[in-house]
Design a protein around this ligand. Structure first.
Ligand SMILES: *Cc1c(COP(=O)(O)O)cnc(C)c1O
Length: 369
């Protein structure tokens, strides 16, 4: 075992006024789901994404569920979701009584391949959910074009891609609504938290209605619909505002980490480094390499790195290979399977130092033999 301190795969960076703002919640006793930090976090987040509305939630999964509920996705409906994503993307469709329809990935961006959309659309399809995987935006123009032609909603799962840009526009502003996560390992965090962004005034009203147990905003304790309690606390929003005020530092540091990896790993045999499409600004939630077929298995390489005190993560197992969704495969998904089998997430967080990256690179070089 390594004597050096362990390098985690992710770590939050609380470099701003988070503690001061949380203390203000304590002193003022505004610790529940009303307070100035909720309003300011929502307002600043909407401005950051370039949209009119942002609705804060208690995590990214509830935010995604809320978005689908507010759009009216229900039993019998289908939503097209990449098979290569975090399970929450598909689970929230299932929570609605709808069915996720899996789509394969583009081999270079790891995001859903728009060329395969048309073949998966049925009379039951209601929405497409592109996921900006690992911080690289999906190719939105062809996705929106297909959605427009078939009258489908576009729900961005931007949980991993706060700040990323597609043709100059931020994620969260690229579909009918966008969904973010502020879990502890995400680009900015509130501990647990999420957000839905939209430009649609009516949708924003429905998001707020369903988030707050369905209570009529004009008539207290009158419930026109069955809603949920998906509210964020003022304490979480206080952390979020502190994080968001330093967003450029968080994004800049990740970009620097990615550039250092790219430089030090260049030319290493057995490895394929992440690329960024010409229209994309990648925010590197996770710096993800693909091990090629000549190297040892991904899991052996992960164990070797673990013994050197370096935590890594496997790329997501394609959802159609997991027990709850095994019956839903529609085809072979060769690209998702290859990425799922050979993809490795290296430690990626803003406080990662050059000497940490050197250790990761040295251990990986050795593991690849
Ligand atoms: C993290 C994540 C979510 C869920 O967010 P939580 O805050 O963990 O509930 C959803 N989709 C994707 C792609 C994610 O990475």
């Amino acid at each position: 075992m390594s004597k050096l301190p362990r390098i985690p795969v992710a770590a939050p960076s609380l470099i701003g006024r988070e503690a001061e703002y949380v203390q203000e919640c304590m002193t003022s006793t505004w610790i529940s789901s009303i307070g100035r930090f909720i309003d300011e976090f929502e307002r600043s987040f909407a401005d950051f994404c370039g949209v009119k509305h942002a609705v804060a939630c208690n995590n990214g999964t509830t935010a995604l569920h809320l978005a689908l509920v507010a759009l009216g996705v229900g039993p019998g409906d289908e939503v097209i979701v990449p098979t290569l994503t975090y399970i929450a993307s598909a689970n929230t469709v299932t929570y609605c009584g709808a069915t996720p329809v899996f789509i394969d990935s583009d081999p270079s961006t790891f995001n859903l391949d728009p060329a395969q959309l048309e073949a998966l659309i049925t009379p039951r399809t209601r929405a497409i959910m592109p996921v900006h995987l690992y911080g690289h935006p999906a190719d939105m123009d062809p996705i929106r074009e297909v959605a427009r032609r078939h009258g489908l909603w576009v729900v961005e799962d931007a949980a991993e891609a706060v700040g990323a840009r597609y043709k100059g526009q931020r994620t969260g502003s690229l579909g009918d609504c966008g969904v973010f996560s502020f879990f502890g390992n995400k680009i900015i965090t509130t501990g647990e938290g999420g957000m839905v962004t939209t430009d649609d005034d009516e949708l924003a009203k429905r998001l707020r209605l369903y988030r707050g147990q369905g209570m009529d905003p004009e008539r207290r304790y009158w419930f026109p619909v069955i809603g949920y309690n998906y509210r964020m606390t003022n304490i979480a929003a206080a952390i979020g505002l502190g994080q968001l005020e330093r967003i450029e530092d968080h994004l800049g540091a990740r970009k620097q980490v990615a550039a250092t990896y790219a430089q030090r790993l260049a030319g290493l045999a057995g490895l394929c480094l992440p690329t960024s499409a010409p229209w994309a600004e990648h925010v590197y939630w996770m710096y993800t390499v693909l091990l090629d077929s000549t190297s040892r298995s991904r899991d052996e390489i992960m164990s070797t790195l673990e013994r050197a005190g370096i935590e890594t993560r496997p790329a997501f197992y394609p959802l159609h290979t997991l027990p709850p969704y095994a019956g839903l495969a529609k085809g072979d998904y060769p690209h998702a399977l290859r990425i799922g089998d050979r993809g490795l997430n290296l430690p990626t967080y803003s406080a990662l130092r050059d000497e940490d990256i050197d250790r990761v690179v040295a251990a990986l070089t050795q593991a690849l033999g």
